[in-house]
Design a protein around this ligand. Structure first.
Ligand code: NI
Length: 263
């Protein structure tokens, strides 16, 4: 089950999109693990990119893939963002839809012999639904009689909740990290897409975090889309640091996940 060679893989080697099916079969002879980046397409305050959660999840996933040699699938860029639908540009999957998408993707991978599905997530709103999808996928794998059903394991890794990433956010931003359109995630997007710096400007203090209900309630409580955050604190240099600490934490977590015995 061990993933890799000792050296760092190149990005094109670990992108599933660029592999042929015989190459995937050969890969499965040495590794049953695969990384699925999961994001969201939703508002990130008046200065943040709509694609923030998908961009960050994919960037962390590709860096973890480079470091471990584990294949990375295309990003699932749409997530559960119902509460952000009060802001233009947000595109959401209902929880039941996202559950079906994740379930079907896991079953597709399991059918080919993948046994360790590692989802790198960039959006808190996806967590509950993704875990529910894993539970359903285990049941379906067994009921369909997949030969590897008993060995199938799925794991959700939220890069922004890795203790090392949270510690760095605390050190750089303190309370102004907030809970949505956070400087840590915005920093990564600035590192990835320098054009986003043109939107970067100081903002008035954000509404504090609070309970999340429907889209109208969210917009009323959080009129500019942010929850307690100050994204203007973000820099591209911070973004490189967040990518590094998140990739370090998740690469170790992934290696342990791959080595876990199934029985
Ligand atoms: Ni986000």
């Amino acid at each position: 089950m061990v993933a890799t060679s000792s050296s760092t893989a190149s990005t094109d080697q670990i992108r599933l999109q660029l592999r042929s099916w015989p190459e995937v079969e050969t890969y499965l002879e040495r590794c049953k693990g695969v990384i699925v980046p999961l994001g969201s397409t939703e508002q990130h305050g008046p200065t943040g990119a709509i694609g923030t959660d998908a961009l960050t999840a994919e960037a962390v996933a590709l860096e973890v893939g480079r470091r471990t040699g584990v294949l990375v699938t295309p990003a699932q860029a749409f997530g559960m963002a119902e509460h952000h639908l009060g802001f233009a540009g947000t595109m959401s999957l209902q929880p039941a839809t996202l559950l079906a998408v994740i379930h079907d993707l896991v079953l597709s991978l399991a059918r080919h012999g993948f046994e360790r599905i590692y989802v790198i997530n960039g959006h808190g709103g996806n967590i509950a639904t993704t875990k529910a999808a894993f539970a359903q996928a285990y049941g379906t794998a067994a009921s369909r009689g997949l030969p590897n059903a008993a060995a199938l394991r799925c794991k959700l890794a939220n890069w922004f909740m890795a203790p090392e990433a949270m510690a760095l956010a605390r050190e750089l931003y303190g309370e102004r990290e907030g809970h949505h359109a956070t400087p840590s995630e915005i920093a990564i997007t600035l590192q990835l897409e320098p054009s986003l710096l043109s939107k970067h400007r100081p903002l008035p203090e954000a509404a504090p975090a609070g309970p999340i209900h429907g889209p109208d309630d969210f917009r009323r409580r959080h009129p500019d889309g942010r929850m307690g955050s100050d994204p203007y604190l973000a820099t591209a240099e911070h973004g490189a640091r967040f990518l590094d600490v998140a990739a370090t934490a998740l690469s170790g977590d992934l290696q342990r996940f791959l080595e876990e015995p199934a029985g």
